[in-house]
Every structure is written in structure tokens, then in C-alpha cells.
Design a protein around this ligand. Structure first.
Ligand SMILES: Nc1ncnc2c1ncn2[C@@H]1O[C@H](COP(=O)(O)OP(=O)(O)OP(=O)(O)O)[C@@H](O)[C@H]1O
Ligand SMILES: [Mg+2]
Length: 251
């Protein structure tokens, strides 16, 4: 069981503070002292090689890692929601019931309808999840997150199972919604271009620690800056320009 102080910050303050996070599984250290702060409205992409501990960090922040051992201090806003790679919709509940799941206030139905409209799924309120495509199911999951108007959105490769076109649509939709709602975002991805398209800041985790933490908001202003940043980050992840894997230098 992880020994962690997990503090919920009241709505509105909306920032994340992680101090000296450590996690291990079966005696194997995975996260070895991570400090991370995310401001309100800031979109942080978390990158790292497979097995580097991205999901472990996200689960720790979400408080979903009772199976891990470790320590650290985590402060997150009370209103937060999590998006996973699969939509995790309840198969026995229709779309609107999936979106409103666990919320019982009087206005929730109208908010859910509005959220479904935002993800372009108006008219699908009463259908079963299994009748939707993968992209549509993921949009329902996004609506389910949004209806909670989270101060923090945690996402673990939410678009990686989608086809390229649906993925681009989802990225644009997410950006639009984040600009409007201004949550803090911690977005795990293995896709460098996705990180550069969406994030204000890129963080790389390697050997259990943060090895890179840079603001990248300027890179979208020019294709050359975008390419340079992409190649730099790919190299840090052990993928050189030529495409053949190299021994990564100090990650
Ligand atoms: N519940 C668990 N029990 C045992 N080991 C675990 C558990 N969860 C994660 N690990 C181990 O911790 C390491 C980091 O896993 P994690 O899922 O955080 O990696 P990741 O960076 O998200 O990788 P990927 O990009 O492949 O999703 C891996 O070696 C993994 O095997
Ligand atoms: Mg993962």
C-alpha cells in the first residue's frame, strides 16, 4: 500500500503539486523521486519510453494505485477526472447514463446533453455503447469527463487506439474544450507529435525521474521549430532522425 498524503485542493485553485513521488512494484523501483507542479490551465504532456512509469505516475496522481508501494506528497483539485485508452463505458447503461454516472444534481441531464453536443454526439443519448464506434465511445468518455467540469484532467494515451483521422479530430476537440474550461491537464502519450500539437509543456520521465521539462508553446508558430523540437525530443527518447534506435544518452 502506498504511503502518500493525497490532498484535495478545493475547486478553483486548480493546480497540481507532486513532491518526491516514489513507487515500486515487487521491490523494483519505478518512480524514484518525481517533483511536478502544473498550473491552472496548463497542458502538460508526459512522455517516456514504454515501461518508464508514465501510467504509474498518472495512477498515483489519480489515487488509483493501491497495489503500489511508495511515498510522496500529492495535491490535486477535488474536481478531477481521468481518461483512459479505452472508454471504460458501462455496457449495460445507455450513453446519457454513462455520461451522468454518479452525478445526481438537478441540472446534470441538461449538462450531459450539452456535453454530448460538444463532442458531436447529439441524438445518441439513448443508444448502447456497443453500437458505437471506438472513436464515438471515446467521445462519450470525453463528454463524461467534461460534464464534471474538472479542474484537472488526467489522460493516459486516450487517443492511441483511434485511427489517424479520428485522432486528429479528437485532439482538436480536446484543445477547444481545454481552452474553454481551462483545466490543468496531465496527458500521457508516447506520440511526440501529439504532445507538440497539444501541450504547453513537455515532461520526459526516464530512470524513474524527470529528465526533461520544457515549455514548448512556441513550437507551433513555425514548422521548422516544430520539427526541431520533435527531433530533439525523439532523440531524448532514443529514436534518432534516421529511425534506427540508438543507445539513448542520459535520459
Ligand atoms: N501493478 C503492477 N504490478 C507490477 N509491476 C507494475 C505494475 N504496474 C506497473 N508495473 C511496472 O512498472 C513499470 C512502469 O509501468 P508503467 O505502466 O507505468 O509504464 P508506462 O510508461 O506507462 O509504459 P507504456 O508506455 O508501455 O504504457 C513497468 O516495468 C511495469 O511492468
Ligand atoms: Mg502506460
Amino acid at each position: 500500500m502506498a504511503i502518500v498524503s493525497h490532498v484535495a485542493i478545493s475547486a478553483g485553485q486548480s493546480s497540481v503539486r507532486i513532491k518526491d513521488l516514489r513507487r515500486s512494484f515487487a521491490g523494483q523501483t519505478v518512480i524514484d523521486g518525481v517533483d511536478l507542479e502544473i498550473r491552472k490551465g496548463e497542458f502538460v504532456a508526459l512522455l517516456g519510453r514504454s515501461g518508464s512509469g508514465k501510467s504509474t505516475i498518472l495512477r498515483a496522481v489519480a489515487g488509483l494505485d493501491a497495489d503500489a508501494r511508495g511515498s510522496g506528497h500529492i495535491e490535486i483539485p477535488e474536481r478531477h477526472s481521468v481518461l483512459f485508452q479505452d472508454s471504460r463505458l458501462l455496457p449495460w447503461a445507455n450513453v446519457i447514463d454513462n455520461v451522468t454516472l454518479g452525478i445526481y444534481d438537478a441540472g446534470v441531464y441538461d449538462r450531459a446533453k450539452a456535453a454530448l453536443q460538444e463532442v458531436e454526439l447529439s441524438g445518441k443519448e439513448n443508444v448502447w455503447p456497443k453500437t458505437l464506434s471506438g472513436g464515438e465511445q471515446q467521445r462519450v468518455a470525453l463528454a463524461r469527463s467534461l460534464v464534471r467540469t474538472p479542474d484537472l484532467l488526467l489522460a493516459d494515451e486516450p487517443f492511441s487506439a483511434l485511427d489517424a483521422l479520428t485522432r486528429i479530430r479528437m485532439q482538436r476537440l480536446l484543445l477547444k474544450l481545454c481552452q474553454r474550461l481551462q483545466p490543468a491537464v496531465l496527458f500521457v502519450t508516447h506520440d511526440v507529435e501529439e504532445a507538440l500539437r497539444l501541450a504547453d509543456r513537455v515532461v520526459i520521465i526516464a530512470n524513474g525521474r524527470i529528465s526533461y521539462d520544457e515549455s514548448i508553446s512556441g513550437v507551433r508558430s513555425s514548422p521548422i521549430r516544430f520539427e526541431t523540437a520533435r527531433d530533439d525530443i525523439l532523440e531524448r527518447l532514443g529514436v534518432p532522425k534516421s529511425g534506427s534506435p540508438v543507445q539513448p544518452k542520459e535520459l
